[in-house]
Design a protein around this ligand. Structure first.
Ligand SMILES: O=C(O)CNC(=O)c1n[nH]c2ccccc2c1=O
Ligand SMILES: [Fe+2]
Length: 214
């Protein structure tokens, strides 16, 4: 286990350099195959247990304009975990790996000094055209500076399943289209630099998000 962890640590050092470069240049960073298939599946199993245990609550449903077709603006179901809950060892391992990467970046992410984070939010878009309208995670300086999302959707095909994350970097005419692929890790600045939306999902779509504070 020790040997495995030291290999992981040195890998996270390399990843952190890449994350810092990407965030500095684009404000967005995607890492694929973050933990490997078997660990990814272990995490997915724990998330599916949370979901089947019925402990995921509707994200606050905001009534859309009555004229709009889908009455509710958001459809995500969420629950918060800190990884100490029973049968969530692999979610805990994921969070500690996210922390390991961010900790390695922390000193290089001028002007931020990242030193804490939220619990992990497990979100499920139940399909049935649920989506998340365009928003900024932290529009009013609540302290959150980096959004970190880990996706758990095997064989996801946006053409069939939708659920594309679209980020509209402020002041740019380019759009980042992020597919919620299995074992994919995503970082982006949480503030107004990155308005984003989740397009309608037609199949259950799982993700685990942590926000890092300055
Ligand atoms: O899943 C994604 O690809 C992006 N997801 C989001 O932007 C997102 N952002 N802020 C939230 C706040 C509360 C509950 C869910 C969310 C949420 O899915
Ligand atoms: Fe968001």
């Amino acid at each position: 286990r020790e040997q495995y962890l030291s290999v992981l640590r040195s890998r996270f050092k390399v990843l952190a350099k890449y994350v810092v470069d990407c965030l500095t240049k684009y404000g967005i960073c995607v890492i694929d195959k973050f933990l490997g298939e078997s660990t990814g599946y272990e995490i997915l199993k724990e998330v599916l247990q949370l979901s089947s245990a019925g402990i995921m609550k509707q994200g606050q449903l905001v009534h859309g304009p009555s004229s709009s077709s889908n009455k509710y603006i958001r459809g995500d179901m969420i629950t918060w975990v800190d990884g100490t809950e029973p049968r969530s060892e692999n979610i805990h391992f994921l969070i500690s790996c996210m922390d390991a990467v961010v900790l390695q970046c922390a000193s290089q992410l001028e002007p931020y000094t990242i030193n804490e984070r939220t619990k992990a939010m497990v979100a499920c878009y139940p399909g049935r055209k649920t989506r998340y309208v365009r928003h900024v995670d932290n529009p009013n300086g609540d302290g959150r500076c980096i959004t970190c999302i880990y996706y758990l959707n095997e064989n996801w095909d946006v053409r069939q399943h939708g659920g594309l994350l679209r980020i509209y970097p402020e002041g740019e005419d380019r759009v980042a289209n992020i597919e919620p692929k299995f074992d994919r890790l995503l970082f982006f600045w949480s503030d107004r630099r990155n308005p984003h939306e989740v397009e309608q999902a037609f199949k259950e779509r799982y993700a685990i998000t942590v926000w890092y504070y300055d």
